[in-house]
Design a protein around this ligand. Structure first.
Ligand code: ADP
Ligand code: MG
Length: 383
């Protein structure tokens, strides 16, 4: 990939890149819809991601080009930038704007991006391009940011410059992912550790339902509100900052305080899903991938029945996986209502799996899903 990008860069800019970077996308292996309840998420970086090649120019301009989008931008070096329209280059431009609050960019730059992650499908190509830009500027100009500042800066760009109210998980995972490891992260406290996640004979299949995630934002906000209602009910008797301070056993002692049936279902998912993350970490520590797979299925079932965020497309994928002999675990990943599912697929079955799943999915849903095979990879780095 690096050689191809160098060639493209030279053809576009008439000079070779001086530095190259790769930043992955991410999936959340387990721990869904609990980040905003003080729970643990377990994301990992994947081997699909965003490449960035850069070289300085003498023209006092920043040139943004991407092999994924036709729009280009050339903008003079300034002290600050504002978002212009909704074009892709606002993501890296936002990173410049954030960095300019503390540092001067000493020269103009020619930039070329290329991503092989499906864009806009919940694998966090947005965090990937933001962290790629922040990591590259910090490295190239030796700006001296601490490691933890890079994902925080990228999140700030997405929240304030782009205007998407995401948490820290995505930027964190794409910055700090490690090969054969999952991250366990509390998005509230930023407490984290890595857990060995050797997939052995299995690979990570990522299935994009190709369903537009139209409902995702409004339903997401609705779920957040329902969790807050559950917390308020519980706080009539006990003092909690977050739902995930309770495990399932303790929750059972107080759950009668929640009178609304829907709110009770949501809270039950949250508490049990957080317990599942602990069980999943134990399964990985024990090298018990089968158990990890069972927990993935249980997570999906709960997101379907109790949290009601799956939809027929994601359910079709997970139903197929459950019947397919060479998959040991599958679940939706991300906010739901479309986007992607992940599955642990036996090595060597990739082609058969893709063919059979495609047939099944087309007959059930009416259009094909896209299937990607990935490993658990490393976070942002120079290449
Ligand atoms: P997701 O993060 O789930 O992939 P988002 O809608 O949050 O979806 O972010 C996708 C946006 O990020 C794209 O529309 C584009 O603006 C930007 N982006 C991501 N990858 C690239 C890339 N390789 N080149 C240019 N822009 C990109
Ligand atoms: Mg995104």
């Amino acid at each position: 990939m690096k050689a191809e990008l160098t060639e493209k860069f030279s053809a576009l800019y008439g000079q070779e890149p001086k530095a190259n970077y790769f930043t992955p996308g991410r999936v959340n292996l387990i721990g869904e819809h609990i980040d905003y309840n003080g729970g643990l998420v377990m994301p990992c970086a994947i081997t699909l991601g965003t490449w960035l090649s850069i070289a300085p120019n003498d023209d006092q301009v920043i040139r943004f080009k991407s092999l994924n989008f036709p729009e280009e931008q050339e903008i003079s070096l300034q002290d600050a930038y504002t978002k212009t329209g909704s074009e892709w280059y606002n993501y890296p431009l936002g990173v410049f704007n954030e960095i300019l609050k503390k540092h001067k960019i000493p020269t103009g730059l020619d930039l070329l991006f290329y991503g092989n992650i499906p864009i806009g499908s919940g694998l966090s190509s947005s965090a990937s391009i933001e962290v790629a830009m922040a990591y590259a500027l910090n490295d190239f100009f030796d700006l001296g940011y601490e490691k933890i500042e890079i994902p925080l800066l990228a999140q700030k760009v997405e929240n304030e410059f782009i205007g998407v109210n995401c948490g820290i998980m995505d930027q964190f995972a794409v910055a700090f992912g490690e090969e054969h490891k999952a991250l366990m992260l509390n998005c509230d406290t930023l407490k984290h550790k890595s857990v060995d996640c050797n997939l052995g004979d299995y690979r990570l299949a990522i299935i994009n339902t190709n369903k537009p995630r139209k409902l995702a934002e409004s339903k997401y906000n609705e779920r957040v509100a329902e969790c807050q209602a559950a917390l308020a009910d519980l706080n009539k008797e006990i003092k909690l900052n977050n739902l995930c301070e309770l495990n399932a056993e303790k929750f059972a002692l107080h759950s009668q305080l929640i009178t609304d049936e829907t709110v009770l279902k949501r809270a039950t998912h949250v508490i049990k899903e957080n317990d599942r993350v602990h069980l999943a970490a134990k399964a990985l520590n024990d090298g018990d991938l089968q158990e990890f797979g069972r927990l993935m299925y249980a997570s999906h079932q709960s997101l379907k029945d109790l949290y009601e965020v799956t939809g027929k497309e994601l359910d079709a994928v997970v139903e197929f996986c459950g019947d397919y002999e060479h998959v040991i675990g599958a679940r939706m990943t991300g906010a739901g209502f479309g986007g992607c599912a992940i599955a642990l697929l036996k090595k060597g079955q990739e082609e058969d799996f893709s063919k059979q799943l495609t047939d099944f999915y087309v007959s059930r849903i009416g259009y094909p899903a896209s299937i990607y095979i990935s490993e658990i990879g490393n976070g942002a780095s120079a290449i």
